[in-house]
Design a protein around this ligand. Structure first.
Ligand SMILES: NC(=O)c1ccc[n+]([C@@H]2O[C@H](COP(=O)([O-])OP(=O)(O)OC[C@H]3O[C@@H](n4cnc5c(N)ncnc54)[C@H](OP(=O)(O)O)[C@@H]3O)[C@@H](O)[C@H]2O)c1
Length: 200
């Protein structure tokens, strides 16, 4: 199994130099390279070498990635093997290759968006009285708990929001103020801007 984890601009030159060493009966290639298609990889590699594109995120370092996968020239057994491999490093999802850029934005760039949320919540927490370390811990664990309600509890986000928004209460006031300031809208526009940048 050969994992290609090069910068996109290095891929062609480096794989061209190695291509005579690939054997379609022995080798399986997994590329995590952003924006290099299965077709482009297949054009460099020898005929019929099984190729996977995987889009993990940096939480793979602690086995908490979401990894989106697609493949060419792979048998069902090879697909199952690679899916299972990435499942051990978080969760893995098979997607259509045309969604790979979208997976990059939502999953890989998404780490940065989520961390900026935690950073901003920490700053708010400091303003209302906590020291930075405690505020960061509360913000991070709260995000983890909210995510687990969806992942383990199989709930819908709005269902959980409804549970904590008491009529005329402090949560709905804060949440609506965030929305007046463009909270959901700025996230959606940011995701869209990242996606347009990948495609440009
Ligand atoms: N960062 C993310 O969250 C993320 C998520 C999903 C996918 N990706 C994709 O993963 C790929 C790698 O990203 P990265 O952030 O890991 O980049 P990186 O840290 O710069 O790693 C690039 C690797 O390429 C190696 N390399 C450079 N020139 C080489 C050569 N001539 N021959 C052999 N190896 C060479 C480097 O080895 P040396 O260190 O020995 O020079 C290094 O290990 C990118 O295509 C990126 O789009 C990244």
């Amino acid at each position: 199994m050969i994992v290609v984890a090069l910068k996109p601009y290095n891929v062609k030159e480096i794989l061209e130099g190695l291509k005579n060493s690939f054997d379609s009966k022995k080798h399986l290639v997994i590329s995590v390279v952003t924006g290099v298609s299965l077709k482009e990889l297949a054009a460099i590699l020898p005929h019929e070498v099984p190729i996977f594109r995987a889009m993990p995120n940096t939480a793979i370092a602690i086995q908490e990635s979401v990894t989106c996968l697609c493949s060419a020239h792979a048998t069902n057994a090879q697909v199952n093997y690679v899916t299972d491999l990435f499942h051990q490093l978080g969760i893995s999802i098979s997607i259509d290759e045309k969604l790979m850029d979208a997976a990059t934005v939502l999953g890989a760039c998404g780490i940065a968006y989520a961390l900026r949320f935690i950073r901003a919540a920490t700053q708010g927490g400091i303003e209302i009285g906590f020291d930075a370390k405690t505020a960061n811990l509360i913000a991070a664990q709260t995000v983890k708990g909210a995510a687990e309600l969806l992942l383990k509890g199989n709930r819908h986000p709005e269902e959980e929001i409804d549970k904590v928004t008491t009529p005329k209460g402090c949560t709905i006031v804060g949440l609506n103020e965030m929305e007046h300031r463009g909270f959901s809208s700025s996230l959606i526009r940011g995701i869209s801007a990242s996606y347009n940048k990948i495609g440009s």
